[in-house]
Design a protein around this ligand. Structure first.
Ligand code: HEC
Length: 375
């Protein structure tokens, strides 16, 4: 038998207060003269695949990213390295993940919620690790989304230096407040594939905060999204893979430079009117190109979109072709940037393989790789 709930009751309570919804649901059931078992029969149970994914991810996060002081950079970096590497979390990500705050609107569906698109490299190295976990999770079926919601108890590292965030989240006070007070990460899981389609964070989970939050009062930030600090270092450092790539990766300086060349072209071609964190175009599925790591995650789609004249768009969201000159320069700088991104990744893989082997031959491979660079 199908039990029908008014959407507002069901949705709101199921999402926002996992404990309260049972009461509301039993009330609604009582009102409809039905027993609780009708509901239980209708809700699909998570398959072994979904359960394994949830248990595996929760255990991994609890182990690799345990509770620590909210400004502990070493704990954060260890968590970044674990999730960026061949992690269980990463193995459940799609090509592009949707990420963002839970909507404040009580009945908002995912479709109605503004989110940002991220390649796995970007999300696992700069977003997911900003949270700490106790390993506890719950799984619920959300009928309206036709997905399982895996809720992981979590706390946010709000006391890191600015260069450890992918960009200053405090450009938007409400966003920063929800990040600071987050008490859960929500993973929306496809019932068949157990892949995560959407991830959100919330400060409204029914479980209590994992540790006391000492708020950081930040001045409202208006950009720039990439800057140079007093030591002459590009910031946010995490957007140049600082901490997840080895400090001696010889491609980092070039990547920085090539990104800056690309950024000039992105500006020239109006891309930065829309693809920046403050989302001036109010895109519902924001794409960020404002730092090296963000652009690295998008570079293939960027090249394709420009080549096919589907980007840029005008203020009415109609695509138009760039002038042949601008198109050429943009594509050239994007390709040059992509080449360094690839080289950096390959070097890293070789370096890892060498460490894994731990032999002198591996050391020679590494030296060979370095030597071939300087040739
Ligand atoms: C007027 C705003 C606007 C401008 C200017 C703009 N874009 Fe976009 N861009 C969008 C919107 C809207 C989307 C669609 C997002 C979505 O999936 O909902 C998009 C999507 C993209 C994507 C994702 C790719 C995909 O295939 O879906 C890339 C990459 C991109 N834009 C690159 C660029 C580049 C490069 C420029 C400059 C040449 C540019 N955009 C200029 C609004 C803009």
């Amino acid at each position: 038998m199908k039990v029908f709930f008014p959407k507002s009751i069901f949705k709101h309570d199921l999402r926002v207060c996992g404990r309260g919804w049972l009461n509301a649901a039993s009330l609604a059931l009582a009102a409809a003269g039905l027993s609780g078992s009708a509901l239980a029969q209708d809700a699909p149970q998570p398959s072994a695949l979904v359960r394994q994914a949830a248990v595996g991810i929760a255990a991994e996060l609890g182990k690799a990213c345990p509770l620590a002081p909210a400004g502990d950079i070493a704990a954060y970096t260890a968590c970044r390295q674990a999730l960026f590497g061949p992690s269980t979390l990463r193995s459940h990500l799609p090509k592009f993940l949707l990420w963002g705050r839970q909507s404040k609107a009580p009945n908002a569906t995912i479709r109605q919620t503004n989110l940002t698109q991220f390649a796995p490299d970007v999300w696992t190295s700069m977003y997911a690790p900003l949270f700490m976990f106790n390993g506890k999770h719950s799984i619920e079926w959300v009928a309206d989304e036709k997905m399982f919601l895996v809720r992981l108890e979590a706390a946010f590292r709000n006391r890191l230096p600015a260069g450890q965030f992918p960009y200053p989240f405090w450009h938007d006070e409400a966003k920063w407040a929800m990040y600071e007070n987050a008490n859960a990460l929500m993973l929306w899981v496809n019932p068949e594939t157990a892949l995560i389609r959407v991830a959100q964070f919330t400060d409204q989970a029914p479980t209590p905060s994992l540790q006391q939050v000492v708020a950081v009062k930040q001045e409202k930030y208006k950009g720039p999204w990439l800057w140079t600090d007093e030591q002459g270092k590009t910031q946010p450092a995490v957007t140049l893979f600082d901490g997840v790539y080895r400090a001696d990766n010889p491609h980092m300086a070039t990547m920085d430079k090539r990104y800056r060349d690309l950024a000039v072209q992105l500006r020239e071609s109006q891309c930065v009117n829309c693809h920046v964190p403050n989302n001036p175009d109010k895109m519902s599925r924001l794409v960020l190109l404002s730092t090296p790591a963000h652009a690295a995650g998008e570079v293939d789609r960027l090249i394709k979109a420009v080549r096919e004249d589907s980007m840029p768009m005008d203020e009415f969201r109609l695509s138009y072709a760039l002038s042949p000159e601008n198109k050429k320069w943009l594509l050239e700088s994007a390709q040059a940037f992509k080449d360094t991104v690839t080289a950096a990744r390959q070097w890293e893989q070789q370096a890892q393989a060498a460490t894994a082997q731990g032999s002198t031959t591996a050391g020679m491979t590494l030296q060979g790789a370095r030597a071939s660079l300087t040739r």
